[in-house]
Design a protein around this ligand. Structure first.
Ligand SMILES: Cc1ncc(COP(=O)(O)O)c(C=O)c1O
Length: 281
């Protein structure tokens, strides 16, 4: 199979990843309609799979998509994990494209090698730019059609922001709302530390991050204070540490913001331990 990737349908059948799976008139292709989840499989164990299945069901509800139940997804995940012959860390994607007009959604699971850039960024950190996102945090309630909290296949804006960052000497982005509020990154949540307190923005108009939730659960159990709080750019600069957290890359310390170098306060190791980051990362 091409480049070692593995693809399974929800009945557990493996299909060739080099062969087309979607029709040309699939609304996922035509309009970015569909939902997905990404998680990491470490030594054959998918992280937080149940939480990802719950969030995908929520995204499907928000987009009016009827998806197969968690057992069916579990069958495909097991097939991909069972067939995996690559490294110890695999990126696992659960994908539901809306399918053709009046057709059924096309659902599959894709396993692929964790990119070397993710491993590097866990270790060496990331330079971020603050970019405007063009809405305020209240759109979650006032404009639900913007699907602010859903994980949909429409990631064109997020990818454009990342390209902008890379063209301007940075690795990643933190989106800032029209009112100056820190939101999230194109594929991650934002976490800051003030002493032994971890803070993340409330998930009013952003994706409710599973990695942050897991980090905060473990941190609270270990005696840290954790809370959500509206943050501005000045809070990022003043914090003891800033990280981007997501299911595949897990945790990357921010080493500069808009070209201004910053440290992680020596805390990345502690947070990585709380998150049970794989040792070989
Ligand atoms: C826009 C956005 N925000 C936040 C996250 C982090 O979420 P999680 O930790 O559940 O992967 C992601 C990752 O998928 C994302 O795409």
């Amino acid at each position: 199979m091409a480049d070692g990737s593995i693809v399974a349908l929800l009945d557990g059948t493996l299909v060739d990843p080099a062969e087309p799976l979607l029709r040309p008139d699939d609304l996922g292709v035509l309009r970015g309609e569909g939902v997905f989840e990404t998680t990491l499989v470490v030594d054959g164990h998918p992280r937080d799979l149940d939480e990802h299945l719950v969030r995908m069901a929520g995204s499907a509800r928000l987009t009016g998509l009827a998806l197969p139940g968690p057992d069916r997804w579990g069958t495909a995940v097991a097939a991909v994990v069972g067939a995996w012959a690559g490294g110890s860390q695999m990126v696992l994607r659960l994908i539901a494209s809306r399918g053709p007009e009046r057709g059924e959604p096309v659902c599959y699971v894709l396993g692929a090698e964790l990119p070397a850039s993710s491993l590097r960024q866990r270790r060496s950190g990331i330079r971020v730019l603050l970019l405007e996102r063009g809405f305020t945090v209240d759109v979650g309630a006032s404009a639900p059609w913007l699907l602010a909290g859903a994980k949909t296949l429409s990631y064109g804006i997020n990818m454009a922001a990342l390209r902008h960052a890379r063209a301007n000497g940075a690795d990643d982005v933190i989106f800032i709302g029209a009112d100056g509020a820190v939101l999230e990154a194109p594929t991650s949540s934002v976490v800051v530390a003030r002493g032994r307190t971890l803070i993340t923005p409330p998930d009013e108009a952003i994706l409710a991050g599973i990695t942050v939730r897991r980090l905060f659960r473990a941190a609270a159990a270990a005696g840290w204070t954790v809370r959500t709080e509206r943050l501005g750019a000045a809070d990022l600069h003043a914090a003891d540490g800033v990280w981007l957290a997501s299911s595949a890359r897990l945790l990357a310390p921010v080493v500069s913001i808009d070209g201004r170098p910053r440290t992680d306060g020596g805390l990345t190791g502690d947070l990585a331990e709380l998150l049970q980051m794989p040792a070989r990362s």
